[in-house]
Design a protein around this ligand. Structure first.
Ligand SMILES: [Zn+2]
Length: 270
């Protein structure tokens, strides 16, 4: 489906839980067609996308990967084998698809009238990349900015401090539109990025407020900050609190006390 002149979003047949959006795969047309991300590798998801390319008689030269999660680069090998496209991803991402070549900050590809430029935006993962087309004011953000909602920053691979810095790095760009990794196109990109930064900063302040009131165990912090969540969402909420605490520790504002799980407490450094 053509969503802007020369830019297609290759639809997914994926069914996700309500409120969750399948990953977006974008096709940029030009003398050297390019895919941004490749979607999941599952046969029933990747096959219709390959058919889409066949029907359009397009053979992408490159598959530019925004980050190393299976719903973004899972299908890359199949698409690469079928079309000959080279897979490019940031070297900080673990276990890249076979044959992946490294892309670093500042990497550029000329696509006729357009230039695609890689901007390293770590935070969601260490090797997250946004792809910027200055001629269009368009930014392809992967999971660094979503069409709807906020990105999960997990304690293991994510870094809240880096995430906020990466978002701040995007603010000076003359942005007109964001093509996110999930969900709808963002037509007012600047307020969106500012809102995401504000949201994380507010959460950080909430954690600090809790610690000041003596709420210092992970479970109590989650219960206080996210009082209404349960189940799967609660697990995600806990991960967000843990990444905020890890950032505060790195910033030298908080220390962790206790070894056994039930004894762990976080204390503000005065
Ligand atoms: Zn992701």
């Amino acid at each position: 489906m053509e969503i802007a002149p020369g830019i297609h979003s290759i639809p997914s047949v994926e069914k996700r839980r309500p409120g969750l959006y399948p990953s977006n795969v974008y096709l940029l047309l030009g003398p050297e067609p390019v895919l941004i991300d490749s979607g999941l590798s599952k046969e029933k998801i990747v096959a219709p996308r390959l058919r889409y390319l066949e029907e359009m008689k397009v053979r992408p030269r490159y598959i530019l990967i925004t980050h190393g999660h299976p719903d973004h680069w899972g299908g890359a090998v199949e698409i690469s084998k079928a079309t000959g496209a080279k897979i490019l991803a940031h070297p900080a991402e673990k276990k890249p698809p076979e044959g992946t070549q490294p892309v670093k900050d500042g990497f550029k590809i000329e696509l006729g009238n357009w230039t695609v430029q890689a901007i390293h935006t770590p935070g969601h993962t260490p090797g997250s990349i946004c792809y910027w087309i200055p001629q269009l004011g368009a930014l392809f953000t992967g999971d660094s900015v979503l069409g709807i909602g906020t990105t999960v920053i997990r304690p293991k691979e994510g870094d809240m401090g880096q995430y906020v810095s990466s978002l701040q790095k995007l603010l000076p760009l003359p942005l007109k539109v964001i093509y996110p990794g999930h969900g709808p196109v963002v037509n007012s990109p600047l307020p969106k990025i500012e809102e995401l930064i504000r949201h994380r900063q507010e959460r950080e302040l909430q954690v600090i407020e809790c610690l000041k009131r003596g709420i210092s165990g992970p479970d109590e912090l989650v219960a206080d900050i996210y009082p209404e969540v349960s189940g799967r969402i609660k697990k995600m909420a806990r991960e967000q609190v843990m990444t905020q605490l890890a950032k505060l520790q790195r910033d030298g504002k908080v220390e962790k006390k206790g070894r056994k799980k039930e004894e762990i407490r976080y204390l503000l450094i005065k």
